[in-house]
Write a protein that binds this ligand. Structure first.
Ligand SMILES: Cc1cc2nc3c(=O)[nH]c(=O)nc-3n(C[C@H](O)[C@H](O)[C@H](O)COP(=O)(O)OP(=O)(O)OC[C@H]3O[C@@H](n4cnc5c(N)ncnc54)[C@H](O)[C@@H]3O)c2cc1C
Length: 471
């Protein structure tokens, strides 16, 4: 059945040109349609990535394709790249807004050897040791694949690993256990650092009582990296159509017919790589599968060497703290500070100054000499948190040629490369992949209280705050 969604037409764009409409800061995937040709969020990455690569303009007339990918972030581009490079399939990528418009142009650029929101010790608790080890091998392979892509693109890569800082003394035991599990069970060189070692070698975060350092981890300029994926994919014949939201879907002759504002796109197979921007009502297999969570980010002006010294910033290694509503930050290669954390519950409230104030306060708590420093960029984006905290790359209904990959829970910069690759392989029926792993062998779970999830989220945020700061 066609599902017609309401949207504001901005008029047909001439073939090969993208009609750009204004960026909507109040966009909210639970209530807004997918957007059409929206300009980028005002991020530091957009300001510094250079001109976007050429694209193929909005869909203008009906198209037939073997494979269609919906969404042009890291996941969709990686899937299209794999299809072209490894299978000779020139996919058509449909993007509602400008190319790479979603989280991929808005994140912190922290590339971790991880997937989803669960720690490795939690994998063992949930699935047992044998499955946790197989999952680790898969995620580790994915991280190596991502690093091989990073090595091909000029994206300001900052190797050096990842620091988890304990924001309170009671979190040290948790980190110590995680470091032990990483070392003894999975063979990683994860090490604990005392407050003094952390300060001496990396950062003088006034809240941090110690940290776990894991050597895997590369900070990147995410948009330069994504533009790199895009250039490679287009060079192999992939077509990328921005300004082409998929508004509805119908099964047709064993394939699908996708409705865009200016034409139908018929395909034998379709993959959704729409992340936290997955709108309700496009396809019932996608509805209510994630909790879109708004995450905020700011970038300061360039700090002078003296300011960096006074703040205690010695390294560009990226950092997250142990709050559930965590702060993540890093010193960027050009001497600016980037910090991010939670934001509003609803898109309509995203611009309220209290959310930016929360980030400023977080920065000042960690680095008192940076209190009141000028902020040059501030933005937000919708993170795709799944109801069981782990992603899926899957075909949710074997009777339908529809696939998806999302639910990364704020850990998608690196894992999306592998997820896109596996998505492509899955569509092409590749054998020899461990498809029986928990991130592949089932659809994303729904939630029986999905219509009330914002209410539940508000209560959870209060509980997390108490647990993070008071109890
Ligand atoms: C502020 C912030 C900070 C983050 N920091 C980090 C970090 O440091 N490290 C990390 O690992 N992860 C981080 N993340 C998460 C990370 O950015 C994402 O996991 C990753 O970019 C997901 O990529 P994606 O391609 O799956 O989705 P996206 O990049 O969100 O792309 C989805 C695309 O689908 C399009 N779309 C949606 N619906 C339709 C439709 N119906 N028709 C056509 N197109 C459609 C959207 O317009 C969008 O461009 C952060 C996220 C945010 C918001």
């Amino acid at each position: 059945m066609d599902t017609q969604m309401s949207f504001q037409p901005v008029g047909p764009a001439p073939a090969g040109r993208t009609a750009i409409s204004a960026y909507n800061p109040a966009y909210d995937p639970l209530v807004s349609p997918p957007g059409r040709g929206q300009d980028y969020a005002p991020t530091y990455w957009v300001a510094t990535a250079g001109e976007p690569p050429e694209d193929d303009g909005p869909v203008n007339g009906d198209i037939d394709a073997d494979v269609v990918i919906v969404g042009s972030g890291f996941t969709g581009l990686s899937a299209a790249l794999t299809l072209a490079r490894d299978f000779g399939v020139k996919a058509v990528v449909l993007e509602a807004n400008r190319a790479v418009w979603g989280c991929t142009s808005r994140n912190g650029g922290q590339g971790q050897n991880a997937s989803g929101r669960l720690y490795r010790s939690q994998w063992i608790a949930r699935w047992g040791l044998a499955t946790a080890k197989r999952l680790d091998a898969e995620i580790r392979e994915g991280f190596e694949y991502w690093k091989s892509l990073v090595a091909q693109v000029d994206c300001d890569a900052q190797p050096g690993g990842h620091l988890y800082t304990a924001h309170r003394q009671k979190k040290m035991a948790f980190l110590e256990n995680e470091a032990r599990v990483m070392r003894e069970v999975f063979g990683y060189d994860a090490r604990m650092l005392s407050r003094e070692e952390l300060r001496e070698r990396y950062v003088y975060d006034r809240e941090a009582v110690g940290a776990m350092h894991e050597p895997d981890g590369v900070g990147v300029h995410p948009l330069k990296l994504a533009y790199g994926y895009m250039r490679q994919a287009r060079a192999l014949g992939v077509r990328i159509h921005p300004g082409s939201p998929v508004l509805g879907w119908r099964a047709e002759n064993g394939g699908v017919r996708l409705q865009t504002p200016n034409g139908y796109v018929r395909a034998r197979r379709v993959a959704f790589a729409t992340g936290g921007y997955t709108a309700q009502g496009v396809n019932r297999l996608l509805d209510n599968r994630i909790m879109p969570v708004l995450s905020n980010s700011l970038v300061t002006r360039v700090l002078t060497p003296a300011e960096r010294d006074a703040a205690g910033l010695k390294s560009t290694v990226f950092i997250t703290d142990t709050r559930t509503l965590r702060f993540y930050y890093r010193l960027l290669p050009d001497g600016r500070m980037q910090i991010g954390s939670r934001s509003a519950l609803r898109g309509a409230d995203a611009q309220h100054p209290r959310h930016l104030a929360l980030l400023r306060e977080g920065l000042a708590r960690k680095f008192p000499t940076l209190a009141g420093v000028d902020v040059d960029y501030s933005w937000w984006g919708w993170v795709d948190v799944s109801h069981d905290m782990m992603p899926r790359v899957t075909q949710p209904d074997p009777a339908q040629p529809v696939y998806y990959a999302f639910g990364y829970g704020g850990n998608g910069v690196a894992f999306s490369a592998h997820a896109g690759k596996r998505l492509a392989q899955r569509m092409m029926g590749k054998d020899g992949v461990a498809w029986d792993l928990p991130i592949y062998d089932s659809p994303l779970p729904g939630h029986m209280f999905a219509p009330f999830r914002r209410l539940g989220q508000g209560l959870l945020y209060r509980w997390y705050y108490l647990r993070d700061e008071v109890l």
